[in-house]
Design a protein around this ligand. Structure first.
Ligand SMILES: CC(C)(COP(=O)(O)OP(=O)(O)OC[C@H]1O[C@@H](n2cnc3c(N)ncnc32)[C@H](O)[C@@H]1OP(=O)(O)O)[C@@H](O)C(=O)NCCC(=O)NCCS
Length: 188
């Protein structure tokens, strides 16, 4: 067992600044019922309402990891695979994939469920990025994240590529500095 994984009490962890947390510690599971006020003209859940719920679930996951208030910095592409009907249930799972300096990437999985027909179906998957804020409202350093399962490890590694892509798209990184993307596309 590595020293980072030894179950020291929280007070000792803080004292020695053993600032790393497991991905599972950030897990948030949200369940909502699609009511008439949540739907579009086709009696399906409105995309904007779903993104609102996803934003809340993801912010809670990021905040559980950082133990600070957080703000949404960016939302990656969201494709809605299947509509979620009025009266169906929405299941949202959010978990931090990787922590950088002050920012954290959160992965979301969303399903719809018809409880009467006992049919659960995938709605979408997305990545949100949050920034931890200190009491001065400025970006604040967050604990590093330790992935444990195979899926968490894959998401942890690929998070670097997704970060570089969204920072380029957000005008926060030059393409020539995106080492992970260059390695992926140009074999450098
Ligand atoms: C997100 C925000 C805090 C970043 O502040 P900033 O002064 O640009 O700070 P920096 O450039 O030092 O970046 C801080 C972190 O944000 C990340 N970041 C900034 N813009 C980003 C973007 N578009 N996508 C992903 N991450 C981003 C940086 O990569 C950095 O992460 P790191 O510390 O882990 O390396 C600031 O832009 C903000 O407050 N935006 C509004 C947030 C908001 O109101 N959200 C709700 C939507 S209405």
């Amino acid at each position: 067992m590595g020293i980072q994984n030894f179950p020291f009490p929280l007070s000792l962890r803080k004292f020695f600044r053993m600032n790393t947390k497991k991905a599972i510690e950030s897990l948030v599971i949200m369940t909502e019922l699609v009511l008439p006020n949540d739907t579009n003209l086709h009696n399906n859940l409105m995309g904007g309402r779903l993104m609102y719920w996803m934003d809340i679930a993801a912010a809670l996951a990021a905040s559980k990891h950082s133990n600070t208030p957080v703000v949404t910095a960016s939302v990656d592409n969201i494709s809605f695979t299947n509509p979620i009907e009025l009266g169906n249930v929405v299941h949202i799972e959010a978990k931090v994939t990787r922590a950088f300096t002050s920012s954290m990437e959160v992965h979301l999985n969303v399903w719809g469920e018809d409880i009467i027909q006992q049919n659960k179906y995938k709605s979408n998957e997305a990545y949100y990025t949050f920034v931890s804020l200190g009491s001065d409202e400025k970006p604040k350093q967050v604990p590093q994240l330790t992935p444990e399962t195979e899926e968490e490890k894959e998401l942890f590694v690929s998070a670097l590529r997704r970060r570089q892509l969204r920072l380029i798209l957000g005008g926060k990184m030059k393409t020539e500095d995106a080492s992970e993307l260059k390695a992926l596309f140009m074999g450098e």
